[in-house]
Design a protein. Sequence first.
Length: 118
Amino acid sequence: QVQLVESGGGLVQPGGSLRLSCTASGFTYSIYVMGWYRQAPGKQRELVASISSGSTSTYYKDSVKGRFTISRDNAKSTVYLQMNSLEPEDTAVYYCNTPRGSDSRWPWGQGTQVTVSS
């Protein structure tokens, strides 16, 4: 069955950096767009970045442009999110998935908590 396992979150001070990883299994990872989502307390889950199957195209939510970088390693079935210059507003649980319209394609993993606080 499909599994998405996120890791790399933690507590970081404003201005700090984190690198998230998500390893996928149970589907042909290399042919799918992959995205990173986040859900802050009391808010809907939102797509913050995505990357095409061959890494030729990326998308970023305006609020993370220039600070976050998405990348993938198809040989390892893993997608990454490098997050720099973190702000308290980035605090959320981060998940990976394949975007499908306004929805997502796969069952959600457990996510990884990112907390930005001094």
